[in-house]
Design a protein around this ligand. Structure first.
Ligand SMILES: [Zn+2]
Ligand SMILES: [Zn+2]
Length: 122
């Protein structure tokens, strides 16, 4: 559904939000700026845009928590967490504290880089 753009006598462009059905005024400059980039003008009022962004973020966070990232291809809007998540563990060889990019399993030994090298004969 294409957003309906109506020129108002205030110089603003009135548009009806496709989510809540409420008319809202948009700055014509914003529409022109979007036109130049080829990006579509949002068919939603500012309030609904914020609501949708929050919902999208919430679903991404939920996927991160449950570890189910199979079909999620969204980026989280917000500060960077500083790279990948690491799990603390103790090396099964030298007991040195290490960090793993995966969750350690209790029934499986984990080794630091030095012990791994020693075990692989290098
Ligand atoms: Zn709305
Ligand atoms: Zn070790």
């Amino acid at each position: 559904m294409q957003p309906k753009l109506v020129e108002t006598n205030t110089g603003k462009i009135r548009q009806v939000c496709i989510d809540c059905g409420e008319p809202f005024d948009r700055d014509p400059g914003e529409v022109e700026a979007r036109r130049g980039t080829g990006l579509p003008v949002s068919p939603r009022c500012p309030g609904c845009r914020i609501t949708r962004r929050d919902e999208r973020n919430a679903s991404v966070f939920e996927s991160l928590r449950s570890g189910d990232l199979g079909n999620v291809r969204a980026t989280v809007v917000g500060p960077d967490e500083g790279g990948e998540r690491l799990y603390p563990a103790d090396c099964s060889g030298c007991q040195r504290p290490i960090r793993l990019p995966f969750k350690p399993r209790l029934d499986r030994p984990v080794f630091c880089r030095f012990c791994l090298d020693a075990r692989s004969g290098r």
